[in-house]
Design a binder for this molecule. Structure first.
Ligand code: F6R
Length: 261
């Protein structure tokens, strides 16, 4: 696992945006795995800026979402499809019909989850998957206790996650849906590259557990330890609990060109 400690959140975003931009420039038909929530927003803004300056195109790309709430009206602004259209897709040239998300409207949710995993495979897999981390260590909406081999399925959110996400529902925790469809940990593991971004002191504890704790379902983000090409990008605050912070800084500063991913 590569750990990049950026001096601040803006430079962390710059690193993430550079990875996504590099993927868009390098591949003929890139599949981007997008996260929602606050963590990737600064990187999305940098990508939008690059697009507006004429330096970046996503016209040849496909985007897939990690997760979606169950039970929200399809046009609800906090729904993840609406969120990612507003915050990224509608501001760049990625064709809207090339954005895919779990189908939470299906009568048979279980069958829809299986279809989503099949769709990811049919697309050829995800080239780069962006991730945030929950304060309880979740990635996508795989809460603690999620099987490390899990596939896309319905999950129930913890009280802590619903409280964290109440800010997207005018602070009303009771309005945050209890259920979601999320890519499973086994599904996420199949992406060719994972990039997790976390900023701010509230993420220091889950980041320390994910990066330096045991690989365990109790901290789903620790799954990144099992992936051959995973990068964790943090600012100084989110790096606050890392015992090997100096080593990660030294490693990244001295990274030879031939080692660049
Ligand atoms: C969002 C997602 C979640 C968030 C996580 C962190 O698609 O899958 O795992 O990444 O809850 O959320 P923020 O970034 O808002 O702190």
């Amino acid at each position: 696992m590569e750990v990049v400690i950026a001096p601040d959140a803006e430079r962390a975003a710059g690193h993430v945006a550079a990875i996504v931009a590099g993927t868009l420039r390098r591949l003929a038909h890139p599949v981007l795995g997008l996260a929602t929530g606050s963590s990737p927003l600064a990187a999305y803004r940098l990508l939008i800026d690059a697009h507006r300056r004429g330096q970046l195109s996503a016209a040849h790309a496909t985007a897939v979402l990690l997760d979606e709430y169950v039970g929200l009206p399809p046009d609800h602004p906090a729904g993840y499809r609406a969120f990612i259209r507003r915050e990224l897709i509608d501001q760049i040239d990625l064709p809207a019909e090339r954005l895919f998300a779990p189908d939470v409207e299906a009568d048979d949710l279980g069958a829809a989850c299986e279809r989503y995993d099949r769709l990811l495979a049919e697309l050829g897999g995800v080239d780069v998957q962006l991730l945030g981390i929950g304060t309880d260590g979740h990635i996508a909406f795989n809460e603690p206790g999620s099987s490390l081999a899990s596939r896309t399925r319905v999950k129930t959110l913890t009280r802590a996650t619903r409280a964290d996400n109440a800010r997207f529902f005018d602070g009303r925790v009771d309005d945050v849906p209890r259920h979601v469809v999320t890519q499973g940990l086994g599904t996420i593991l199949e992406a060719r590259r994972l990039v997790l971004v976390a900023t701010g002191a509230a993420k220091a504890e889950p980041i320390a557990a994910a990066v330096e704790g045991p690989l365990t379902a109790m901290c789903p983000a620790s799954l990144l330890q099992w992936h051959p090409k995973a990068t964790v990008v943090v600012d100084e605050e989110a790096a606050g609990g890392l015992r090997l912070a100096d080593y990660y800084r030294e490693t990244f500063a001295a990274k030879p060109d031939w080692q660049r991913w």
